[in-house]
Design a protein around this ligand. Sequence first.
Ligand SMILES: CC(C)(COP(=O)(O)OP(=O)(O)OC[C@H]1O[C@@H](n2cnc3c(N)ncnc32)[C@H](O)[C@@H]1OP(=O)(O)O)[C@@H](O)C(=O)NCCC(=O)NCCS
Length: 191
Amino acid sequence: MPFKLRAAQPQHSAGNRTLAVRRPGGDAAAVLIRPLEAADAPELAALRKRNHAFLAPFEPYRAEGFASEAGQAAWLESGGGIRFAIVDDGAIAGTISLSDIVRGPLQRASVGYWVAEEHNGRGLASRALADLVEYSFGELELHRLEAGTMLDNAGSQRVLRRNGFTEIGVSRQHLLIAGAWRDHLLFERVA
Ligand SMILES: CC(C)(COP(=O)(O)OP(=O)(O)OC[C@H]1O[C@@H](n2cnc3c(N)ncnc32)[C@H](O)[C@@H]1OP(=O)(O)O)[C@@H](O)C(=O)NCCC(=O)NCCS
């Protein structure tokens, strides 16, 4: 099998690496995913505030104040997983992250993402996920990525399917979202 098992737990840091996501037609790489930094907290908090109503139906349970500037700074400093900004013409348009990274014989991670309403429908999530997949199976040498969407989240399911993710099945009462345990359709992609 052409994969390597890492003996030690790796540093889950993307460093200063910037990943270009090209627009169709080969235009200059105006859309990027890049590692989020502590200095992004104010812009991220402002974007979340503008998109509160849009994101609320999809938000997993969060601690009080998570979306505030201080909350975003604390989230960025907490260092769990690998978090990227989805950048559109120099502005943060959303985030895409790897979490629950497990090495050893699993070599897997969970993918999560969101794109602000005003940036929707332009292929940002799809292109960001394409880059994250390449990074995960390339530099990180992961073997499996998983993601879950609510059953009626057709937009996110489209993003996953067009990136080669296939359905595992329905996980009942999978995640506490907007105050209710919601069933999720789970997806996987293997390297
Ligand atoms: C889901 C989300 C990430 C999509 O972001 P985006 O940048 O607009 O995604 P893309 O433009 O790359 O692709 C979206 C695709 O879904 C399609 N789509 C969107 N809403 C749809 C719907 N209700 N029914 C069917 N297709 C839908 C779009 O038409 C597009 O497909 P196309 O390019 O073939 O036309 C964004 O809407 C979002 O952040 N939503 C709220 C949070 C969320 O759902 N996060 C994911 C949790 S699993």
